[in-house]
Design a protein around this ligand. Sequence first.
Ligand code: IMP
Ligand code: MG
Length: 223
Amino acid sequence: MLPYIILLMRLVTSITIDKNVFIKTLNLFQGRSFIMNLLYREAIIMMENIKKVLLTEEQIAARVKELGAELTAEYKGKDVVVIALLKGCAWFVSDLTRAMAMPLRVEFMVASSYGDGTTTSGNVNVKLDIGQDIEGKHVILVDDIIDSGVTFAAISAMLKERKPASLKTVALCDKVERRINGLDADYVGFVIPDEFVVGYGLDYAQDYRNLPFIGVLDPKAYA
Ligand code: IMP
Ligand code: MG
């Protein structure tokens, strides 16, 4: 009973409760009823500077399943290597590959063009490369979001030099308006507006990745 009271107090009043106590309280509600999930989500939003939920857990799960089915139809029977760009893509690629009903291999790459800000630095650094030869393989390059397009352009160019049989790109989110190089992903989960989003792997300065939904970060959080 006590957790309910604490949660409701926090939701309807401006009483400040120690963050750790609050988070522990909220954790008790995970996997509970719809109403509790709703309260939980609302509470996270209040806690973590999320302006609004853009894509719910349910919307993401449904779209990822569709993408998995599309990729399965295109690639079944081919020798496929899925290359995921860490860290943000870890959540997405884990769900996406489980929605692909076919044998495949998964590799991870760490590439970053972002500092702790919200816009690209323009330079893409590969900090960790994949561990296998992709010559003659069908490569599917996956990222959480395509923004300026700089990351996909740089990594695709690098991978093409290794002579894969084919290379296509998949992005869960696409901020079309922000593209600076005209490059489009071959598969896109959601076209989203030009706002900084976090959750389901997407971060701001390494925070928020574990939110189960994708939300718009309140600009006051990085002002
Ligand atoms: P691009 O190179 O500008 O296309 O950016 C791609 C990378 O930028 C993604 O892998 C993300 O790490 C990061 N990024 C771009 N927009 C956002 C956002 O709204 N939230 C979190 N990360 C983002
Ligand atoms: Mg990234």
